[in-house]
Design a protein around this ligand. Structure first.
Ligand SMILES: Cc1cc2nc3c(=O)[nH]c(=O)nc-3n(C[C@H](O)[C@H](O)[C@H](O)COP(=O)(O)OP(=O)(O)OC[C@H]3O[C@@H](n4cnc5c(N)ncnc54)[C@H](O)[C@@H]3O)c2cc1C
Length: 420
């Protein structure tokens, strides 16, 4: 069954951090936006929860400070690297001149803030339980999409711009014939939560032994989120070996976790699997369409950049779309109007990916010589001021947000709270 065709300025497929924030920012500017989100509520599988410091600054400038503070979050004060039982490197995030540190806040809370703020603008429509099925194409341009609602009905939505913000396995990307260069990393991740002991610090930790490692992240409000890396395609063999084999692997890497694992890590149901790959998409746009967030470029979890990149995409794209809609007489926003945005964001994402690949290949070292060389390298880096330059270049790179981009969004932010 199909309803009458719906018209909107911008149709955003996917209401994750990228799609929900972009929708809110456009609606603030008086643009009509429909955000189609497949899930029926905000309770989603675990996703990245780290917001890098520059994005925290951006969100506060946009007026989300009061909402962040009202919900609560955890400040991540630094990262410590331990190799074969010894602490080899520490980066204190408080030493960066960003004015804040990365924070940890659950994605449902973050997206909920964007939706709540969006609903104060009349043009904002965030529809849960609404799944993208296919694009509407006319004369070589994308003119809208077909959506399926949770009651099974379908609707055709016509828009001047369709935004694919539907994540790492983007169907919009596929439907538009845009290909992704997917590079599998050597390992995948199995993650789980444990209660955080009161004496545990607010540092992220990388606990490494040969080609195995754990990422241990203090998580809001009172947990540790732990990611254990597994060799690619080894989950089946691990499951066959039994859950105790996994628990032993974890406690073998970090014996401090043994009592918590014994008490709280009970079965495979307590874990969630993440396939680690990077995806680079040579072409992000067609006339009438753009990809953002994970759909345009998928990062690995190293240094928690996925949500950060998604936020930066939304913030940088909003003024570009607003200008294109206001100025163009074209029925759609064209690739040419989006080209500068794409070039700018592509540079940042390529830089993040390059850094992550270097780190991942260092972490995947298993041979004795490689392991010794790695430890010596990080030890040396630890005593060099260069360490702050290298980590700062990735953690704080998105300073490329032009304050002029934000000015209009800040001005047009009724109902979000005051910018601080
Ligand atoms: C299990 C997991 C763990 C992660 N851990 C980390 C981490 O530790 N650190 C880190 O930085 N990043 C991590 N990430 C990545 C991080 O979560 C993403 O980079 C970030 O969420 C990207 O935001 P996005 O809005 O682009 O995409 P997403 O957050 O993936 O949002 C896409 C949205 O599109 C919706 N959608 C998909 N298909 C359709 C459709 N056909 N129709 C309508 N809606 C659709 C989805 O339901 C989803 O809500 C993790 C990701 C996953 C999956």
């Amino acid at each position: 069954m199909s309803d009458a065709t719906v018209h909107t300025d911008v149709l955003i497929i996917g209401g994750g951090p990228a799609g929900a924030l972009l929708g809110q920012l456009l609606a603030r500017r008086g643009i009509s936006v429909l955000v189609a989100e497949r899930q029926t509520n905000l309770e989603r599988e675990f996703r990245g929860e780290t917001i890098a410091a520059p994005s925290v600054v951006t969100l506060r400038r946009l007026g989300f400070g009061p909402a962040l503070d009202a919900h609560g979050y955890l400040r991540t004060e630094g990262v410590t690297m331990r190799m074969e039982g010894r602490r080899v490197m520490h980066v204190d995030y408080r030493r960066f001149a960003v004015g804040t540190v990365p924070i940890d806040i659950p994605q449902p809370a973050l997206i909920g803030m964007f939706i709540d703020a969006g609903r104060t603008s009349p043009g904002f429509d965030y529809q849960f339980g609404t799944t993208f099925t296919r694009l509407v194409e006319q004369d070589g341009a994308i003119r809208g999409a077909w959506l399926r609602r949770r009651d099974g009905s379908t609707v055709e939505v016509r828009a001047r711009l369709v935004v694919g913000a539907d994540g790492r396995f983007s169907k919009v990307r596929h439907g538009a014939g845009l290909t992704a260069d997917v590079q599998q990393m050597a390992r995948d991740f199995l993650s789980f939560r444990l209660p955080r002991p009161p004496e545990w610090g607010l540092q992220a930790e990388l606990v490494i032994s040969r080609d195995r490692h754990l990422v241990v992240l203090p998580t809001w409000p009172d947990s540790l989120r732990i990611g254990a890396n597994l060799p690619k395609r080894s989950l089946g063999a691990l499951r066959k070996a039994g859950f105790d084999a996994f628990r032993s692997m974890v406690t073998g890497l970090d014996p401090r976790l043994a009592p918590l694992v014994a008490e709280h890590l009970r079965s495979w149901d307590d874990t969630s699997f993440l396939e680690i790959f990077t995806a680079e998409v040579p072409q992000w746009t067609r006339d009438g369409l753009i990809l953002i967030g994970d759909a345009s470029h998928t990062c690995t979890p190293i240094l928690g950049q996925g949500v950060n990149v998604a936020i930066q995409d939304a913030v940088c794209l909003a003024p570009v779309v607003a200008e294109a809609l206001a100025s163009g007489n074209d029925p759609v926003v064209t690739s040419a109007q989006l080209a500068d945005f794409v070039a700018r964001r592509r540079r940042h994402k390529a830089f993040v990916t390059k850094f992550q690949r270097v780190q991942e290949s260092a972490l995947a070292q298993g041979g004795t010589v490689g392991v010794l060389a790695r430890r010596a390298r990080y030890r040396l880096l630890d005593v060099l001021p260069l360490k702050y330059r290298i980590f700062g270049s990735v953690l704080n790179a998105p300073h490329e947000i032009d304050p002029a981009d934000l000015a209009e969004d800040v001005r047009a932010s009724p109902g979000v709270g005051t910018a601080d």
